[in-house]
Ligand binder design. Structure first.
Ligand SMILES: *Cc1c(COP(=O)(O)O)cnc(C)c1O
Length: 374
């Protein structure tokens, strides 16, 4: 049988237009700053502006942004951090970089966001922070999470790798990724938005080897490394692209919404077999995740999509089920039962701004084929 598509449809893709290309060329033609220049500051200002925060720090990627956040909070050995069970591994790895201990929290079955009702039971005297992930780009229930954090004096790190453009300053530190599949791209890149000047200073210091970044106090050639840091810097070339991309963010998000609305509508008649996640809060639709009914074997469904040239994916295997966590933190099946069960049924459908309506209908036709032939 012929596949539904003759060409492969990726699950996610960057949008690069002529003005993006020209912005990068312009940075190179100037031949002034390639790193740590004015475009980095401009990009940071644009990110803070968009996220409704006072400060933003741009770094080399979303993972280093998360590490800067755990560093800013001065997390250390003995500290515990509550983290959502279903996310990319980087959401929890950033706790380990500081020598602290991750405590996994189960998710809401219908949104896959951290379940606010399950946070309080995990809090101990050693708990310092909660890492929330706006899964798919849908904001977590911060109106429930913030009062819990405040009650116990905990900080919130909001991993908004999926949610750039819709966040509204809910985390004490909010991190972004500008990897090509994310809402905007700088190739590789990331940032942290925060209202706290002290955090911003600490992160800028960490980004450049732990060297004191307060230029005004610098005399002659003397500089001082005051803590062990890293090189987590982003280039002006990348920020040139990022600035150009931020300018079109609303248009890109709007197209994501349109595609999601098309899927919602087309899949509605098949709700017994395949259900999209619930969206109750603002959502950037970085990814579009559906749950297949229990009678379906997810991996068989996955293969059927692939055989029809439709690039589906799975976001994500629960973090605590990865070998490293099992072996080092003694995590196992049963720790977060909702995440573990949902994981067996989820598939991520293609969604990206340059996807055409015909592409969307190809995916829908493939779903109908799967339902009819299963
Ligand atoms: C992409 C992503 C990251 C990591 O970002 P990179 O830029 O790839 O390092 C972290 N958390 C989540 C939820 C992500 O989707």
């Amino acid at each position: 049988m012929n596949p539904i598509r003759s060409t492969y449809l990726q699950y996610g893709k960057q949008t690069i237009e002529e003005d993006d290309i020209n912005a990068v060329i312009e940075c190179l033609r100037e031949n002034a700053y390639l790193t740590t220049g004015p475009r980095v500051t401009q990009f940071e200002n644009a990110i803070a502006d968009r996220s409704q925060t006072l400060h933003a720090v741009a770094v080399s990627n979303g993972t280093t942004a998360l590490h800067c956040a755990t560093y800013a909070l001065d997390l250390k050995q003995g500290d515990e951090v509550i983290v959502t069970a279903i996310s990319f591994v980087a959401s929890a790895n950033c706790i380990l970089y500081q020598g602290a201990t991750p405590v996994f929290c189960d998710v809401q079955e219908d949104t896959l966001n951290i379940d606010p009702n399950k946070i309080e039971a995990l809090i101990t005297n050693n708990t310092k922070a909660i890492i929330c992930v706006d899964f798919c780009g849908q904001l977590c229930d911060y109106d429930k999470i913030r009062p819990i954090a405040d009650k116990y004096g905990l900080k919130i790190i909001e991993d908004a790798a999926h949610a750039f453009g819709v966040v509204r300053n809910d985390g004490d530190l909010t991190t972004f990724s500008f990897h090509p599949v994310k809402n905007i791209t700088t190739g590789e890149g990331g940032a942290i938005a925060t209202d706290c000047l002290e955090y911003a200073k600490r992160m800028k210091q960490y980004r450049t080897h732990g060297i004191n970044v307060d230029y005004k106090t610098r005399k002659l050639h003397y500089y001082d490394m005051v803590d062990i840091g890293n090189n987590y810097r982003i280039t002006d070339i990348q920020c040139a692209l990022g600035l150009s991309q931020i300018g079109k963010l609303d248009r890109l998000l709007k197209r994501r919404q349109e595609i999601a609305a098309m899927y919602d509508l087309e899949l509605e008649p098949f709700a017994e077999d395949v259900k999209p996640l619930c969206v109750r809060n603002p959502c950037a639709y970085h990814i579009y995740v559906v749950k297949f009914a229990k009678k379906y074997n997810r991996d068989k469904v996955f293969t059927m999509f692939k055989d029809n040239n439709i690039g589906v994916n799975v976001h994500y295997k629960p973090i605590h089920l990865h070998t490293y966590y099992r072996e080092n933190f003694n995590t196992s099946e049963g720790l977060c039962p909702v995440a573990e069960e949902v994981y067996r049924q989820i598939i991520t459908l293609p969604i990206f701004p340059t996807m055409t309506n015909e592409d969307v209908m190809d995916v829908v036709r493939c779903i109908k084929l799967i339902i009819n032939t299963y």
